[in-house]
Design a binder for this molecule. Structure first.
Ligand code: NOJ
Length: 766
């Protein structure tokens, strides 16, 4: 009304209104201009010790979702703590309404009204599910990966979430470990770029934007090196591997501005990561200058007692805080122990203040103090959740994530008309498995199945048979099923269908929860009766396209030897069936490249392309009959499909490499180029990869390492020159002097279509 009067020339009101407006604007402006550090400082000056410790305390929602359930059923206690301001964060509370309810208790009932930061495992989409992270990484498309994180953030933020426990940036070399599905695979260079892309996708350029969430680089550190691929297992690696392989993606996430870190369950060289002062205080908060906060993993403070490292809860609290863990996720230890530890002088108030300052700073940056309910608008949630934009985003990502492993005689793409197709397999019509693991907010059975996707193409007739059934098994988490291994009654109908068909499409692999946390496996073949079914069908009709759904590399020797076509689709998310059908019918030309090597045998684990030469190399050159070189007596050293491998419906030809010079000095650069041509019949995308080998160094170096890549899209018949700049920076590694440096000497570079390319040029760094 005041503004209207002012414009209508109603003078007395206009003057009063004008002064009101100016005063208000000045105050508001001042509020905005007060730097966050000052606001944090002023708030902390008002806080009691209990309230400070409360900020370092994180509780799960009042039910059990992602971890062992609290034995004491302590919902009432949690509620009281919330109301007293003794809780800084909650996880697994979701939905605008529900988040508003807990936020209201914290903001309206506690003395200082400090808002909660609401955490959630937004790993690959919220309600609308994008491909599992390993699949997205197979796209090698950083923009697409960033966009996928951004749309996931948008949907989750509209549902009250403002902090995701992602990205998981653990390097993974062992496919037995179920959590390989959550990461970017085996390579630190690709992993670092993807870590940065995901962080900037989640956080955007402005954390206070209501479409973004704070990200969390996890698990710090070396969780991916769990011995023998068994989850939560011990890790024993040296400095060389730690610095050159494990830490780079964490550093990249830090450089990309990630706001939080999570430490990990494992012990590393004898010290549980949660209590690792060197990692958290010296490296992360010290050398790297990380300003955000570190949350423990679920109960990891308490688990230090089982590790045999902490005497009791009291000791665990002291170890955790001294090491730099700022927030306690569900151990209930900081809340119960920090006060007495402080009195005993085992921790300091400066440590508590530092942790609280870090936590409050992120809350201010999220804008939670300006509006604690900014993520809690039900209408907004409804309009964003499952919107067209989000569906299209996950579909786009799904298309880009598939990897064509084999396509003899161009069996794929399928003809769109006049074909009788037998669609066989337990996963063919499954609408749950494609969602993969970590899809807590998704509705069960909400993915488009392969059957549905293929039925949208009307020109062919499709007979569908499961062959092997999915059976209900562990009802503990969501709707778990397993792939039948007791009953072959579906074989008969499947064989009958195959007999009548021109083409058989078999959809086999792992059910959605067969990979992920706590899902380590010692066998990496097709589970249950699937392999047997495949071989039986093959005897009847060998014209088989194998569509794989899985969360980790599998052993596929038989399939590779016998079948004409294999398409790796991973767990592709909500739009799975639509994306797969587009690829099967050639409306999308597959372009993915493997982010992890596919083994020939479980016995090769851990398997990775950037291995060390050893003093007895010979994978390529050893005499067939000789014994004393680094190899297996019963299997090749090489993978079945190498890192970086993936085919297209077209074919690419590479020229030889040209170098602008074959030596350079530190500070200088040289350029390596190839010309790539599409010599096939259709347009396609190829990811041109650059690998470098350092021939001699102060500590042993891998046989080659990815150091660059470029994705090119070419029309049939077209060519393009692709160049990479080789600089000192690219040649740096964590050397025997314990610094990152490039050591002068002889190098080779390789440019080609995957990590086994032989196209090579040599150069010298002087
Ligand atoms: C345990 C997992 O290791 C971690 O990655 C996850 O974020 C937490 N649980 C919370 O669900």
């Amino acid at each position: 009304m005041a503004i209207k009067d002012f414009y209508l020339g109603n003078k007395p009101y206009a003057i009063i209104s004008f002064f009101f407006l100016v005063t208000y604007t000045v105050i508001a402006q001042k509020e905005i201009e007060v730097p966050i550090s000052q606001r944090v400082f002023e708030l902390m000056a008002k806080m009691t010790l209990e309230e400070k410790i409360g900020q370092m305390n994180q509780y799960n929602g009042f039910w059990n979702v992602t971890g062992p359930s609290p034995k004491d059923g302590n919902a009432k206690e949690k509620y009281d703590h919330l109301a007293k301001g003794w809780v800084g964060s909650m996880l697994n509370v979701r939905g605008a309404e529900e988040v508003r309810a807990v936020q209201q208790v914290a903001v309206e009932q506690s003395r200082l009204g400090i808002p909660l930061i609401i955490g959630f495992d937004l790993i690959h989409g919220y309600k609308t599910i994008s491909p599992i992270p390993l699949a997205e990484s197979a796209s090698w498309d950083l923009e697409a990966i960033k966009n996928s994180a951004a749309i996931g953030a948008k949907e989750a933020a509209a549902a009250g979430i403002n902090w995701t426990f992602a990205p998981m940036v653990d390097i993974t070399r062992d496919a037995r470990w179920g959590r390989v599905m959550e990461g970017a695979g085996e390579d630190p260079y690709l992993g670092s770029l993807i870590a940065a892309a995901r962080v900037s996708g989640f956080q955007g350029s402005d954390l206070s934007n209501p479409n973004t969430v704070a990200a969390c680089a996890k698990h710090f550190a070396a969780y991916g090196f769990a011995e023998s691929g068994r989850d939560y297992n011990t890790v024993d690696i040296g400095e060389n591997t730690l610095h050159n392989i494990v830490l780079p993606p964490f550093k990249a996430a830090t450089d990309a501005g990630v706001k939080t870190f999570m430490n990990s369950f494992n012990d590393l060289n004898g010290i549980p990561a949660t209590a690792d002062k060197h990692l958290q205080r010296d490296i992360l908060k010290g050398d790297w200058g990380f300003e955000g906060f570190i949350v423990s993993d679920w109960g990891s403070l308490k688990e230090m007692i089982d590790h045999g490292y902490a005497r009791d809860k009291h000791d665990a609290g002291s170890l955790g805080l001294n090491a730099g863990s700022d927030m306690d996720m569900e151990s209930y230890i900081y809340i119960s122990e920090l006060q007495s530890l402080l009195k005993e002088g085992k921790i300091t108030i400066a440590q508590i203040d530092d942790a609280v300052r870090r936590i409050l700073t992120v809350k201010y940056e999220l804008g939670l103090f300006d509006d604690p309910y900014k993520y809690c608008n039900v209408e907004r949630e409804q309009s964003i959740s499952g919107s067209q934009e989000i569906r299209e985003g996950v579909l786009d990502m799904a298309r880009k994530s598939m990897v064509l492993l084999k396509n003899d005689q161009s069996l794929l793409p399928l003809k769109k008309e006049g074909q009788k197709i037998a669609l066989i397999g337990p996963l063919a019509a499954d609408k749950n498995s494609p969602l993969g693991n970590w899809r807590i907010a998704a509705e069960n059975n909400s993915a488009v199945s392969v059957l549905e996707g293929m039925q949208a193409y009307k020109g062919n007739s499709i007979i569908h048979e499961q062959g092997v059934r999915l059976v209900n098994s562990i009802p503990a988490f969501h709707e778990e099923v397993s792939i039948n291994n007791t009953d072959k009654c579906g074989f008969k109908a499947a064989k009958k269908a195959a007999k009548k068909a021109d083409i058989v499409v078999m959809v086999l692999g792992e059910y959605g929860f067969q990979s992920g946390e706590g899902r380590s496996r010692t066998k990496l073949g097709l589970p249950g009766f699937q392999q047997e079914l495949l071989e039986e069908i093959y005897k009847i009709n060998p014209n088989i396209v194998l569509v794989l759904m899985n969360g980790r590399p599998l052993v596929l020797n038989w399939a590779d030897e016998h079948l004409p076509a294999i398409l790796e689709t991973w767990h592709l998310g909500t739009e799975s069936g639509n994306a797969i059908a587009e690829v099967l019918y050639g409306d999308y030309n597959p372009s993915g490249k493997l982010p992890m090597s596919f083994p020939r045998s479980v016995g090769q684990m851990p398997l990775y392309y950037n291995y060390k030469s050893t003093g007895r190399p010979g994978a390529d050159g050893a005499d067939a009959g000789s014994v004393f070189w680094s190899h297996y007596g019963d299997e090749k050293n090489t993978p079945l499909y190498p890192f970086g491998y993936g085919l297209s419906y077209t074919e690419f030809e590479y020229s030889d490499i040209t170098l602008s010079a074959n030596e350079f000095t530190k500070g200088g650069t040289i350029k390596a180029s190839v010309t790539i041509s599409n010599i096939g019949k259709v347009k396609g995308k190829e990811t041109v990869q650059l690998y470098i080998k350092d021939h001699f160094a102060s500590s042993t170096r891998p046989v080659r390492e990815l150091k660059g890549f470029e994705m090119v899209e070419l029309e049939a018949g077209a060519s393009k020159k692709v160049s990479f700049e080789i600089s000192e920076e690219l040649l740096k590694f964590y050397s025997a002097s314990q610094i990152w440096e490039a050591e002068p000497g002889r190098f080779s570079l390789f440019i080609g279509t995957n990590s086994s390319t032989k196209r090579k040029a040599d150069f010298q760094l002087n």
